[in-house]
Structure formats: C-alpha cells, structure tokens
Ligand binder design. Sequence first.
Ligand SMILES: Cc1cc2nc3c(=O)[nH]c(=O)nc-3n(C[C@H](O)[C@H](O)[C@H](O)COP(=O)(O)OP(=O)(O)OC[C@H]3O[C@@H](n4cnc5c(N)ncnc54)[C@H](O)[C@@H]3O)c2cc1C
Length: 253
Amino acid sequence: MIIDFSKFSSIKIGPKIRVKIVNEYNYNSEVLIGRATNTLISPSPPKLALLDERYKFIKTENAYLRVGAKTKNQSLYHFCKRKNIKGFEFLAKLPGTIGGSIKMNAGVKEFEISNNLVAIKTLNGWIEKKDITFSYRFSNINEPVFEALFEIKEGFDFELDKTLKLLRSNQPKEASLGSVFKNPKNDFAGRLIEAVGMKGMKKGGIKVSEIHANFFINTGSGTFEDMMFLIKEAKKRVYNEFGILLEEEIIIL
Ligand SMILES: Cc1cc2nc3c(=O)[nH]c(=O)nc-3n(C[C@H](O)[C@H](O)[C@H](O)COP(=O)(O)OP(=O)(O)OC[C@H]3O[C@@H](n4cnc5c(N)ncnc54)[C@H](O)[C@@H]3O)c2cc1C
C-alpha cells in the first residue's frame, strides 16, 4: 500500500512510499508504524509496515480487556468510559494507537499505558509485563506488538477525566508530534528550550510553538531537515547553557 506520510503523520512530514500491511504470519523485520504521531519519517526511511485491520478490536475476556494493537487510543478511552472501566482516562486526547503507545509507554503525568497492562502478544507469543522494562516514555520492546491484555478495574473516574482534558487545553493545536524531547529529571524540556531563547523560533516551515516550546509545529511547508535543524539547535543551546543533554522523545526514522 502507498502511504503519503506528509498527510498520514501528525506532523505532516514524510515521503510517499510503499508500506507493507502485516500480520503475525507475513511480518519480516519491517519497522511498524501506528499512526505516526510520535515518529518523524525521513525522505529515506527503513522498510515500514502497518498492521492489518484484524488488529483493530476491543474485547472483554473475564477480568481482562483484550485489545488489538491497531486500535486507536481514543477508541479504548470511549469503550472504557461506556463500560465504567478506570485507568484509561488519560487516553482521551492522546493521539495514536495502542501498539505505538505501549512501545512508547505513552502517558500523562503518573498515568501510563503500562499501568494496567498485563501482557503483550508478539511474534513469540504472549509476554508478561514483568518480563518487560517500562519507565518514563520508554519500553525495551523491540518487536511488533499485535495485541495487548489489560486488567479491568471498575469505576471510570469522571473527575480525573475532566482534569486531564483541562491540562490539554493549553497545548498547540497545529500539526506536531507532541513533545519533541523527554523532560529531564526534575525539569521541563519546554522550560529549558524557552530559557535558551528558542520559543517562537522558525526554521523553514517549522516553528517552536509560542504556547509550549517543547512542541515544534508545522506551519504548512515544514520539512524533515527543518525539524532536524531545530532539534539539533535546541540540544546544542540547552547543553551549552545548562549542561543538560536533551533526549528525543520522538522516534526518527
Ligand atoms: C498533539 C499531540 C499530543 C501528544 N501528547 C502526548 C502525551 O501527552 N503523552 C505521550 O506519551 N505522548 C503524546 N504524544 C505522542 C503520541 O501520541 C504517543 O507517543 C502515541 O502513543 C504514539 O502512537 P502511534 O501509534 O502514533 O505511534 P507511532 O508514532 O506510529 O510509533 C511510535 C513508536 O512505536 C513503534 N510502534 C508503533 N506501532 C507498534 C506496534 N504495534 N508494535 C511495536 N512497536 C510499534 C514505532 O516503530 C515507533 O518506534 C502526543 C502527540 C501529539 C501529536
């Protein structure tokens, strides 16, 4: 299938290229893409793949939620809200798919996708959470995730839902990849980028957001090279000024 990543990805950057549609039987070491909401795709990426439609489902099985990795985060959020399940409130405004979110250990504050996770289904069958390393925006998963099993806890938290949605209201609405860098320990990447004078800085079509300096937004004609320039510039300036090496949260392919 041909995918135009300048339309498909949330930052609206990337080539128009052939992508393989994969399942457990035909996967052959391609790099899996979910919705490319945290991935910057270069003009010449490695071989890419998307999961096929069979991995888009949500089922309850006894005390567990069984979810296909192609399922959108928001679909799981709505399902849990309807079924009075807690622990997935933070997915309300989190773009992307369950597979990408598990790989990234996506989350908001202390709420992370790994919290309620029980196991993932990979090429080698089911792997339990205790055998996977998860930390802040990190997992050591280096293989495709086809399905996930989550614990069901009763009681969707409407208060938390409201609070988390409010948090989002001050985020840029333009095309972006969310936070470009991870927050360093005890600090905020956005604060550091602002402190080195980069808030509002523009390179080509990419701009460091005026609202949140850790969001680099595409004003329409942004390119891979523009993004890379600003990423390198932010790292250089923050390191020279504060001795802190910013680490990318986004994946660059
Ligand atoms: C406006 C905006 C706000 C955001 N806010 C947040 C936030 O608050 N918190 C947060 O954590 N993130 C946030 N993000 C980033 C992004 O939404 C999450 O990281 C999301 O989980 C990525 O999902 P995806 O399916 O798009 O992954 P992709 O970007 O497609 O992929 C991400 C990584 O996962 C791998 N991957 C994808 N699918 C699979 C699979 N099935 N199996 C194995 N590996 C896979 C890819 O190879 C890549 O390494 C935000 C992004 C945007 C644009």
